[in-house]
Design a protein around this ligand. Structure first.
Ligand code: HEM
Length: 186
């Protein structure tokens, strides 16, 4: 009888404990949110901006800006894409970097926002208008699928110049691919 009482008490205690731990589990085992692409690129942590002495920049933005600027240079040297960028290339050729800076900022904002940044928003033209020559005179002609493929290949080269890990590059590629229908208008 004494043993039976002990067992019952033990069982009650175990049950109570199980319930308590269940409650505790409910509070503490909520799966942490998956880090965004932007966070995996360094996120909002402030680091020195190597391009602007004395200034700080978010690590995620720095990573994306590096890929964007490298890619613009690769695209500028790509004979398949040069015809689309006549205005920009003409400016750069005559030493005017204003269009390049604006494009670098817009593209970096675009990818930062798309990657999940909380501090940057894109305020340029939407992707359809940006690539419609009748809405954006800087777009010399409508892009076809071959041009879009060349664009992706050039971004891959630009990303590799910045040592972007393959899994992250895969996600950036998927993001770009998801916009093919907006960009290709021929
Ligand atoms: C998903 C892929 C692409 C993205 C995310 C993208 C994004 C952008 C953005 C954000 C702008 C700036 C818009 C503005 O100034 O308001 C832009 C401009 C432009 N894009 Fe794209 N683009 C893509 C693909 C392409 C392709 C495939 C081509 C050509 C074949 C192209 C050619 C251009 C040109 C010529 C401009 C104007 C550049 C300038 O400022 O002179 N883009 N694009």
């Amino acid at each position: 009888m004494k043993n039976y009482l002990k067992l019952t008490l033990l069982a009650l205690f175990a049950t109570a404990f199980a319930f308590t731990s269940c409650d505790k589990d409910d509070e503490t085992t909520t799966a942490p949110a998956e880090p965004t692409l932007y966070e995996r690129l360094g996120g909002a942590e402030m680091v020195d901006d190597p391009a602007n002495q004395g200034q700080m920049i978010e690590a995620g933005r720095l990573a994306l800006r590096g890929v964007v600027d490298s890619s613009i240079f690769v695209i500028a040297g790509d004979t398949a894409l040069q015809p689309y960028f006549g205005t920009l290339l003409g400016e750069v050729g005559s030493g005017d970097l204003s269009g390049f800076s604006a494009l670098s900022k817009n593209l970096t904002d675009f990818f930062a926002a798309a990657a999940g940044s909380e501090n940057f928003t894109y305020s340029g033209l939407n992707m359809v208008d940006a690539h419609d020559p009748s809405k954006n005179s800087r777009m010399a002609m409508a892009a076809d699928d071959a041009a879009f493929d060349a664009f992706i290949a050039d971004v891959v080269v630009g990303a590799n110049q910045n040592n972007v890990p393959d899994d992250i590059l895969g996600e950036v590629g998927a993001l770009i691919e998801s916009l093919r229908g907006d960009v290709v208008q021929k």
